[in-house]
Design a binder for this molecule. Structure first.
Ligand code: IMP
Length: 427
């Protein structure tokens, strides 16, 4: 049984917890998009530990971890995560596989991300400054790209880096008046990356083909969320990879027909980090309350997240985009204590009621939400285990959301722990 977990909003939906639960029954966990811009916190015993690149299966010693070709790998971050796991007596030796075709994020990508954003000023995308966009640009541009396989051949890599650094220096100096980089410095770092990561570099496409053939359970772990998808999200305020479930095929080499279940993850409200349209945003006391109660601050950058009501128009769109078969709704406990709660059921655009997600970004930017207002709940949900014990108003909220998004909500998150998930059907 192969399964994909993907975010249906703008990231940070709580995918890590769902993946962590499902990883227990998985032989392999596969990351297929994004890079160290992602971030989720896992609990090891009582300790919180943030992972950015390592698949969530890393903490389960029986699980193989695959960083597939669609990921952009920042070796410095990955080496630190491997070390952090080792310090907690979790070894990934022999069970981490990094695609030889995955592209490498180097210091000049992070520099370019920062310089580009600074130059854009108020028009900036609000990136995580992790070098993600510039690395994917080099991938698409091809001539100045470095892949994991290149780390294996230091002589050829040195030549390649000479060409790349000379190109980047001309570019950065002309556009941003930046100081030149030194090839030797970039090269020396690559040598240290090679030493630490070479044993893990593999042909992950073949590995996955063989895993499918032998009937292993594979869990595909999407990073970010479908509204940040490069092709189908709120462009240009998106990330540079296919952050919906659609990214699974190109990002891993496994066609979607091998995946039996697509679980979409949402929060019971919306959040967004960085710039871009957000029709249901509550830049007011409600948003502030959700932010504080839900600890809505970025795992990767610490930035406060923008918060708003659940947008069923947007999620109905991403359910269809991802071929989502069931939905996990997290953070329902965060909404407790409000007398009324809203769900956006349609938009008003230029005076007309629209009940689908607009492709035109100007339309989205001008969309006003039409809300379904429901009674709130004041009960503490955090200790509830069975769906029948949920307060009637919570059930009504869930049923309204699922009828509007067109997919069943089968898991409900009521707190940060693994045990704080209510199953409306067996996993
Ligand atoms: P980038 O991926 O760093 O280029 O950032 C592009 C946009 O995606 C920015 O708005 C980021 O805040 C957002 N973003 C990237 N990764 C995540 C994530 O894991 N969670 C939430 N937002 C993200």
């Amino acid at each position: 049984m192969n399964c994909c977990v993907a975010g249906l909003q703008w990231g940070d939906e709580g995918k890590g917890k769902v993946v962590d639960i499902l990883a227990e029954k998985s032989d392999l966990v596969v990351r297929f998009n994004g890079g160290a811009n992602a971030g989720h916190t896992i609990l090891i015993g009582d300790q919180r530990f943030a992972l950015h690149l390592m698949p969530s299966g890393a903490v389960r010693t029986g699980c193989q971890c695959v960083i597939a070709n669609g990921v952009v790998v920042d070796p410095a971050v990955l080496i630190e995560e491997i070390g952090g796991l080792k310090d907690r007596n979790i070894s990934i030796d022999g069970r981490l596989f990094i695609s030889e075709n995955a592209h490498v994020v180097l210091d000049y990508h992070k520099l370019e991300d920062r310089l580009r954003e600074e130059a854009l000023g108020k028009n900036k995308i609000g990136t995580t400054a992790r070098g993600i966009g510039p690395c994917y640009c080099d991938k698409v541009g091809r001539s100045y790209a470095v892949r994991m396989a290149d780390l294996r051949n230091p002589e050829a890599l040195k030549e390649k880096l000479r060409k790349i650094v000379s190109y980047k220096n001309k570019l950065f100096s002309a556009l941003y008046n930046a100081d030149p980089l030194r090839t030797e410095e970039v090269y020396e770092k690559c040598l240290s990356y090679r030493q630490a990561l070479e044993p893990f570099i593999a042909n992950t496409t073949q590995l996955l083909f063989e895993a499918i053939q032998s009937g292993k359970n594979i869990l595909f772990e999407g990073a970010q969320g479908a509204l940040l998808d490069l092709d189908h999200g709120t462009f240009p305020y998106v990330t540079s990879s296919n952050a919906s479930a659609l990214g699974l095929g190109p990002g891993s080499g496994v066609p979607a027909c091998h995946v039996h279940s697509f679980i979409g993850v949402v929060k019971a409200y919306m959040t967004r980090v960085g710039s871009g349209p957000f029709p249901a945003e509550q830049d007011n006391e409600i948003g502030q309350r959700i932010r504080e109660k839900g600890h809505e601050y970025g795992t990767t950058t610490g930035r406060p997240r923008r918060c708003g009501w659940f947008d069923a128009v947007a999620v109905a769109y991403t359910v269809r985009l991802g071929g989502i078969t069931e939905v996990a709704m997290m953070h329902l406990d965060t909404l407790a204590g409000l007398d009324e709660v809203n769900i956006c059921r349609a938009y008003r655009i230029r005076g007309r009621e629209v009940n689908f997600f607009p492709g035109n970004q100007d339309d989205l930017a001008s969309a006003e939400c039409i809300y379904e207002t429901l009674p709130g709940w004041h009960e503490d949900l955090s200790k509830i285990q069975r769906p029948e014990d949920l307060p009637a108003n919570v059930i009504r909220y869930i049923q309204t959301a699922e009828s509007l998004i067109g997919a069943p909500i089968t898991m409900i998150g009521v707190g940060p722990k693994r045990s704080q998930v209510i199953y409306r059907k067996p996993v």
